[in-house]
Design a protein around this ligand. Structure first.
Ligand SMILES: N[C@@H](CCC(=O)N[C@@H](CS)C(=O)NCC(=O)O)C(=O)O
Length: 200
């Protein structure tokens, strides 16, 4: 049996999962859902969301569930920090990033009037302030070790940069430093590239 990832190269949640696969060096096949307008995904799962995994015959949906499942079966290079307190905090930040930053990304992408753009910028500005404080003096959030919290945050910021084409304002120096750290960690030639390496 093989592992198949129903993937869209531009989806931030798919990028999150591709990074986890690479960290753990777990091989997988890619099904590009854009190639057949999600027909094979719909046939397999009766729903449209990616990332979806055919995990040796078992259907696993949602980037958080997929990441947790990969961690359970492939514990090498853990995506979580040490200790129950930090793990709980890490999961909460993963969820915040996936549910809250995505909202800001959608708002910015869909902003089609100056008022909507201003509102979306204000929403992101709040999040940049939070992120800039979170990354003060830190390469990564937990013990300077890359975790799923950093990966989730990066995938949203990366989408903002690549797909929404919005630059993080220069004043948020810690956010810029984090993006550069992640670019180097993921061995991306430029921040404009999407991540799809098989290992790290
Ligand atoms: N919470 C889900 C979100 C997945 C999601 O929203 N995927 C988007 C692509 S970024 C999608 O496939 N949307 C298509 C649709 O809803 O029809 C996760 O973490 O995987």
């Amino acid at each position: 049996m093989a592992i198949k990832l129903f993937n869209s190269q531009t989806s931030m949640f798919c990028e999150k999962v591709r990074v986890v696969f690479a960290l753990k060096t777990v091989p997988y096949e890619v099904v590009d859902v854009r190639a057949d307008e999600r027909k094979s995904l719909l046939e397999y799962t009766n729903q449209r969301k990616v990332p979806t995994l055919n995990y040796n015959g078992e259907c696993v949906i949602d980037s958080t569930v997929i990441s947790a499942r990969l961690e359970k079966d492939h514990p090498q290079n853990s995506i979580y920090p040490e200790g129950a307190n930090n793990k709980g905090l890490c999961l909460a930040i993963e969820d915040w990033s996936d549910e809250v930053l995505i909202h800001a990304n959608h708002a910015m992408r869909r902003a089609d009037t100056p008022e909507a753009k201003q509102k979306a910028e204000a929403e992101w500005d709040n999040h940049f302030k939070t992120l800039d404080q979170m990354y003060t003096g830190k390469k990564f959030l937990f013990d300077n070790k890359l975790t799923i919290a950093d990966i989730s945050i990066f995938s949203q910021l990366h989408y903002l940069y690549t797909a929404v084409k919005y630059d993080v304002p220069a004043q948020y120096k810690n956010v810029h430093a984090f993006l550069e750290n992640m670019r180097q960690t993921l061995k991306l030639k430029s921040l404009g590239d999407s991540f799809d390496a098989p290992s790290l």
